[in-house]
Design a protein around this ligand. Structure first.
Ligand code: AMP
Length: 181
């Protein structure tokens, strides 16, 4: 039997913390140390597969760029498609856009206009939940396509320093996170 607690302890042990990146005061959780480790990568994909294998997911939407890695691997395992949610100007065909407020100024994300349809069951995925701003924008964007259902997942949920990213989502939004820090 898979011991999720042991696996998650292993992930936490391998997650690199980089103090004062990209600006002083930020404790940056560097998931590249999880992505480069074959055992960590397998644990993350398998745990997510167990959470979502019975949900009928047809599209995994990954948020640029750290949401692409596990998101795409999970899509393969689920037998779903993979959609990129990207920074402005990166996607070549017609897009839909959503802007949101960051700590300093505004940011925008885009998705191809034909990426999702009403028959889809969508899993939105990113590496980390901090304030929730970027995922809320992605959620609003995907909602415009009126899919059957939208699930949300993060590998890491930051709860330190009074962060409560979950609070920006309605209570009925189904969200999972593998690690709470
Ligand atoms: P937010 O929109 O505030 O929830 O920020 C989430 C996005 O910013 C994710 O795509 C993360 O990759 C990145 N991010 C924000 N804060 C951190 C942090 N302390 N460590 C690593 N990544 C972070």
């Amino acid at each position: 039997m898979v011991n999720v607690k042991m696996n998650n302890d292993y992930l936490l042990k391998n997650l690199r913390n980089v103090p004062d990146f990209p600006i002083p005061g930020i404790q940056f959780k560097d998931v590249s140390t999880l992505y480069k480790n074959p055992k960590c990568l397998k644990i993350m994909v398998n745990e997510l597969y167990d959470l979502y294998k019975d949900k009928g997911i047809t599209k995994v939407v990954g948020i640029e760029s750290r949401g692409f890695v596990v998101g795409a691997a999970l899509a393969v395992k689920l037998g779903a498609g993979f959609v990129m949610c990207r920074k402005p100007g990166k996607l070549p065909a017609e897009t839909r856009k959503e802007s949101y407020m960051k700590e300093y100024g505004k940011d925008t994300i885009e998705i191809h206009s034909d990426a999702i349809d009403e028959k889809d069951v969508v899993l939105l995925h990113d590496d980390l939940l901090a304030t929730g701003g970027s995922m809320k924008a992605a959620y609003n964007l995907v909602r415009q396509f009126n899919p059957k259902k939208i699930y949300i997942n993060f590998i890491i949920e930051l709860t330190i320093e009074g962060l409560n990213g979950r609070a920006v989502f309605d209570k009925d939004v189904e969200m999972t996170t593998l690690l709470k820090i």
